[in-house]
Write a protein that binds this ligand. Structure first.
Ligand code: URA
Length: 441
C-alpha cells in the first residue's frame, strides 16, 4: 500500500477502506509516514468529507493506536461524559461526584483548555496539591477506594489523535466534521466507557455556532459510538451566554462547590441535573422503571442533599488536594484587584456575549495564549446577569478579578459592548436545544 495512492483516492472523492485507514493511522503513529503526506490527506478529507463507515473506522483506528482502558475490574458498566467545550462550563466538577453519589464508579480522564474554552484539569489545579497526572495504577486505586477519580488523559490514550490534532492545528484542517467527531470519540472509546453522554454546545461561546451545527456534530458522534457498540446520548445545550456566574478557574471551583452544596446558580444546577439524569439512566441507576422526569427529580433531590459534595471532597483528598480550600472557599486563590462593571442603561438584558467573556478571562491570564504561559488560577469574571433579566442603569453586571492593571484594562475593553439591552422584555435563553440518541439513527 502506498500513502500517495490514498491521498489521490480521497482527493478524487472516493471512500477509503478500513485497511487503508489502518495503514495511514498505524504508519503515522510509528513515524513511518511523514507529516507532509498526512497533511495532504487531511486537507483532502477536509474538502471531500468521510462517509459513516470511514468515520467509524478512522475513530476506531485512532482509539486502538494506544492503550484501550479496561475498567472491567472496577465496574461491569462504566459511564462517561464529554462536553464539547464552553464558557463557564464547570459541569464535570459537579456532575461526576453527583453520579458517583448514586454508587456508579467514575473513572474520568479530562482535558485542558482548548482555544478560548477552559479545561476541567486547569480548574481543579486551583486547589493546592491536586495531582491530575496520575499513573494508571494510581488512577485505578483512587476509583476503587473513593468511587471517583478525575485525572489527566494518559499519553498512551489514542496517541494517533494527539499527533493528528497537532498537524490539523497548523494546516487549517481543524474545522472538519469527520475529523472533529473522530478526534473526540477516539479518546472516549479508548477511555473504557460502555455508555457516553455528550454535552454538545451551540452558540457564540462554543465551536458550533448554531443548534443545527451542534446537531450535525452530535449525530456524527452518536453514530460513531453506536457503531462501536456503546450506548449514546447527546444533549444539545445553549452556549450563547456563560453557564452559571463564574468564568475562571478558582471562581469556577467555588461555584461548583456551592452547587454541590445545593446553593449554586439555577442554570448550572438544572444543567447538571439533566446531564446526570441521562448518565444514571445509561448506567441503569436511579429509578429507571419510571420516566426521565422522575429520574431528574431524584437527581435534583440528591444534588440539594449535599451527598455529592462528600464525593467531591473524597476525590480532592485522594488526589492530594488541600481540602481546607474546599471547606473554606476564601482560601482558594484570590485576585488582588476587583472591578465592578455596571449596567450602562436600564432595560432587559438581550445579549451577553460568552465569547467576549472567555477572551476577557484569557486576557486576564485564566488560560494560555501560548504554550509557555502560566495559568493564573485566581483571575476571571463573574457575570451576575442572564439574558432576560431586567436591570437598572448602574446595577452591578459583572465583577472582574485581576492581578495586573494592564490585563484588567485589556479585559474591560473586551467586555465593553459584550452586553446589549432592549427596551422590550426579552425571553430567557433555553438551557437545551434538544437531544440526539439511538432512536433517530
Ligand atoms: N476537541 C477534540 O478533542 N478534537 C477536536 O478535533 C476538536 C475538539
Amino acid at each position: 500500500m502506498r500513502m500517495i495512492d490514498l491521498i489521490e483516492k480521497k482527493r478524487d472523492g472516493q471512500p477509503l477502506s478500513n485497511s487503508e485507514i489502518r495503514f495511514f493511522i498505524n504508519g503515522f503513529t510509528t513515524g513511518d509516514i511523514p507529516d507532509y503526506q498526512v497533511s495532504a490527506l487531511l486537507m483532502a478529507i477536509y474538502f471531500q468529507g468521510m462517509n459513516r463507515a470511514e468515520t467509524v473506522n478512522l475513530t476506531l483506528a485512532m482509539a486502538e493506536s494506544g492503550d484501550m482502558l479496561d475498567l472491567s475490574d472496577i465496574t461491569d458498566y462504566a459511564v462517561d461524559k464529554h462536553s464539547s467545550g464552553g464558557v463557564g462550563d464547570k459541569t464535570s466538577l459537579i456532575v461526576l461526584p453527583l453520579v458517583a453519589s448514586f454508587g456508579v464508579p467514575i473513572a474520568k480522564m479530562s482535558g485542558r483548555g482548548l482555544g478560548f474554552t477552559g479545561g476541567t484539569l486547569d480548574k481543579l489545579e486551583s486547589i493546592s496539591g491536586y495531582k491530575a497526572n496520575l499513573s494508571e495504577a494510581e488512577f485505578r486505586r483512587i476509583v476503587r477506594e473513593t468511587g471517583i477519580a478525575l485525572a489527566g488523559q494518559s499519553k498512551s490514550l489514542a496517541p494517533a489523535d494527539g499527533k493528528i490534532y497537532a498537524l490539523r492545528d497548523v494546516t487549517a484542517t481543524v474545522a472538519s466534521l469527520p475529523l472533529i467527531a473522530s478526534s473526540i470519540m477516539s479518546k472516549k472509546l479508548a477511555a473504557g466507557a460502555g455508555g457516553i453522554v455528550l454535552d454538545v454546545k451551540a452558540g457564540r461561546g462554543s465551536f458550533m455556532k448554531t443548534p443545527d451545527e451542534a446537531r450535525t456534530l452530535a449525530t456524527a458522534m452518536v453514530r460513531i459510538g453506536l457503531d462501536a457498540g456503546r450506548d449514546m446520548v447527546a444533549l444539545l445545550s445553549d452556549m450563547n451566554q456563560p453557564l452559571g456566574v463564574a468564568v475562571g478557574n478558582a471562581l469556577e471551583v467555588a461555584e461548583a462547590v456551592m452547587t454541590l452544596q445545593g446553593r449554586g446558580p439555577d442554570d448550572i444546577h438544572e444543567h447538571c441535573v439533566e446531564i446526570a439524569a441521562h448518565m444514571l439512566r445509561l448506567a441503569g441507576r436511579g429509578d429507571v422503571r419510571t420516566d426521565l422526569a422522575e429520574t431528574r427529580r431524584e437527581v435534583d433531590r440528591a444534588l440539594r442533599s449535599g451527598g455529592a459534595y462528600e464525593y467531591f471532597c473524597r476525590m480532592v483528598a485522594a488526589h492530594g488536594g488541600d481540602l481546607r480550600q474546599v471547606e473554606d472557599l476564601s482560601r482558594l486563590p484570590q485576585a488582588r484587584l476587583r472591578y465592578s462593571l455596571p449596567a450602562r442603561q436600564a432595560g432587559s438584558v438581550a445579549v451577553i456575549q460568552a465569547d467576549k467573556a472567555a477572551w476577557a478571562a484569557l486576557a486576564l491570564g485564566a488560560g494560555k495564549a501560548t504554550k509557555a504561559d502560566v495559568i493564573d488560577h485566581a483571575v476571571g469574571i463573574e457575570v451576575h446577569a442572564n439574558v432576560g433579566d431586567e436591570v437598572a442603569a448602574g446595577d452591578r453586571l459583572m465583577t472582574v478579578h485581576a492581578n495586573d492593571e494592564g490585563r484588567l484594562q485589556a479585559a474591560l475593553e473586551l467586555l465593553t459592548g459584550a452586553v446589549q439591552y432592549s427596551a422590550q422584555p426579552v425571553p430567557r435563553l433555553p438551557l437545551f436545544h434538544g437531544l440526539v440518541d439511538g432512536q433517530e439513527m
